[in-house]
Every structure is written in C-alpha cells, then in structure tokens.
Design a protein around this ligand. Structure first.
Ligand code: ATP
Length: 323
C-alpha cells in the first residue's frame, strides 16, 4: 500500500528588520513618511540619504528610543513598541555622536558597559578581551578613551555594543569624519561582523562610502524611501553612469574610436590631458573597463573613476527618470 508523505511546511525565515508603513511625527513635522523596509539575516544594509532625510529617526525607532506614530516595526519578530526590552537584547546601537568618557581607559570603559549589560562577573574579562581583539583595539586596552583617534573611538563604540552579542547592529553615520585608512578599517570590521552572522544597518549621506561593501542599499529622501535594492539594481533604476578619467600615453584617433565602440561605454570626451569616459557600471565594472583598455593596447598613465555621489543619484531621481 502506498503511503502519502505529508507535505513539509517550511515557513519563510523571519526578517531581522521588518518595517511596515512607518510614519514618525515630531509635533507637526512629519520626519518619516509611510516607510516600508525589510532586511533579511546576514545583510549589510546601507541606509543613505542627505541630512534631515529621516535616517536617524528610523534608526531610533529600531533602537526603541522613539515610538512609531503609525505603522508596525519588528526586530526578529518582536514589536519594538510592545516589547522594547526584548528588542534591546538583540540590538547594538551606535549613535552618530560619541559620548565623552575622558577619565576612563578603554578596558575600564568596556568593563563599565559589560556590567551595565549584566554580563556575569566571571565572564566579563573574557568578553572584553574578545571584543577588543575583534575591533583591533587590544593594544589600546590601557589607553585613555579621550586620547583615541576618531577611527579608534568609532571602533570602541562598536566594541561596546558587541559585548552582549546582539544579532542586529544599527550604526548611524559611523564613517563620518574618518580618514581613508580608518574607513577601510571600519569596512573590514563590518565585513568580519557579517561573516560572524550579524545583520548590519549602516547609514551615511554618501552613497559611495557604503557602495563597496553593502549588500543592499535603501535611499531615503524627505522621509520617503525612494529606491531600494542591490547597488546594481539602483544604478540600473536610476540609469546612472560613472565617469572615469583616463590618461593614455599612446593615444591616437583609432584608439579613441575603438574605446567608443566598447560595450557599455556611452560617451568618450577628449579633454586636453585625458579622456573622460562614461560607463554604465552595471554592465561594465571598473576592473573590466581597465582590462578592456589594456586589451586595446592602451598604455595607461592614470585611471581615475569619479565617486558616484548622492547628488547625482538625487538629481536623477528628481529629473523624473524613475517611475
Ligand atoms: P542627519 O544626517 O542630519 O542626522 P537624518 O537623515 O538622520 O539626518 P533625522 O535626524 O531623522 O534625519 O531628521 C529627520 C527630520 O526630522 C529633519 O527634518 C529634522 O529636522 C527633524 N527632527 C529630527 N529630530 C527632531 C526632534 N527631536 N524634534 C523635531 N524635529 C526633529
């Protein structure tokens, strides 16, 4: 006799962040308008928008510091307005400004927060040691907090919120004011945290700052989410092109023509000392363009892609080229 195997019901995994129709008013001012957004586990989500767009407000709602005026917001299935304590156990929030603790050493500072997070006494030293190693601050354990560079302070801010091993990290403008080296260190730290299984929401007002390592991007303007998806989805949606400045020592008209004929190159402008090449980056990466130019026999003295900035993205959005 044949027996029928019962169907296995697999429910889809709960997103780490689930924001449905969120609106936030400050008195008469509407700061976030009907915003919906989900972030699955393991993503590094870049939340991008100019000053005053509503990034901090949205992050504060996720961090249970502000109540939604309307809409439902869940972190790992828990409603932020109904069960803020439970949500707090699962999140690590690093605000955009760092508090001043000039009289404490790094290790004292972390021990203080380990106690505040109620980490058991006998586990504190080990936990503090682990987060110091992870954020590459072990050598600074005895340094005064106030004497740290801005980049180190930023990493200490992250170390602090890692003490209770949260699943979701909320980082508000962590890269602002950092020098290029500190930015790279921050980027590497975020990638490492992602490898550890954390989900990360990181905000910035510069698209380029996050584009290299975010798995998804959401663009917010005047309280509304105007575009969302992978960086390539957004480039495609906005029909963005990247300009690359190239100096070629053996430049000759046939070479310029050959470059013009390359796939995904939309224009080649001949300037006095270089070419300005416009590329549809979703079709041709910078690495592939460089390789293609070498393939055409170009001897390249300079290859400089322009940063893709918010301004360009928003100009595109306001030109009405997007539905
Ligand atoms: P920034 O990068 O400048 O921090 P943001 O994208 O984080 O910008 P929000 O700080 O969320 O933006 O601000 C969204 C809007 O709400 C702005 O118009 C801001 O002036 C307003 N706003 C923020 N906080 C308050 C507050 N406490 N009271 C009144 N209005 C506020």
């Amino acid at each position: 006799m044949e027996t029928e195997t019962p169907p296995v019901l697999v429910s889809p995994p709960i997103p780490v962040v689930d924001i449905q129709c969120l609106s936030v008013w400050y008195g008469r001012q509407l700061a976030v308008k009907n915003l919906s957004l989900t972030i699955p586990r393991g993503e590094i989500f870049g939340f991008i928008g100019p000053n005053g767009a509503g990034k901090t407000t949205t992050i504060k709602v996720l961090a249970t510091l502000l109540k939604p005026s309307m809409g439902a917001v869940h972190v790992l299935g828990t409603n932020v307005a109904h069960s803020p304590q439970e949500v707090r156990r699962n999140i690590g929030y690093v605000p955009d400004s760092f508090g001043v603790y000039e009289d404490l050493s790094v290790v004292e500072y972390l021990n203080f927060f380990a106690a505040a997070y109620r980490i058991e006494w006998d586990k504190r030293a080990g936990t503090v040691k682990d987060v110091l190693a992870l954020t590459d601050l072990s050598e600074k354990a005895e340094a005064q907090v106030d004497a740290l560079s801005r980049g180190m302070k930023q990493r200490l801010g992250i170390a602090r919120v890692l003490l209770h091993d949260p699943q979701l990290l909320l980082l508000d403008e962590p890269a602002s004011g950092l020098d290029p080296r500190a930015r790279i260190e921050l980027r590497e730290l975020l990638k490492e945290l992602q490898r550890m299984g954390k989900t990360i929401l990181v905000s910035s007002h510069i698209l380029h700052e996050l584009s290299q390592f975010c798995t998804r991007i959401g663009i917010i303007e005047a309280g509304e989410l105007v575009a969302e998806g992978s960086l390539m989805d957004i480039y495609r949606k906005l029909d963005l092109k990247r300009t690359v400045h190239v100096q070629i020592s053996n430049l000759a008209p046939p070479l310029v023509e050959a470059i013009r004929r390359q796939r995904a190159i939309t224009s080649v402008e001949e300037l006095a000392d270089r070419l300005a090449i416009q590329v549809r980056e979703d079709e041709l990466s910078m690495e592939d363009l460089l390789e293609a130019l070498h393939g055409l026999g170009a001897r390249i003295r300079m290859f400089q892609p322009e940063a893709m900035d918010m301004e360009t993205a928003f100009m595109k959005l306001t030109e009405g080229k997007v539905s």
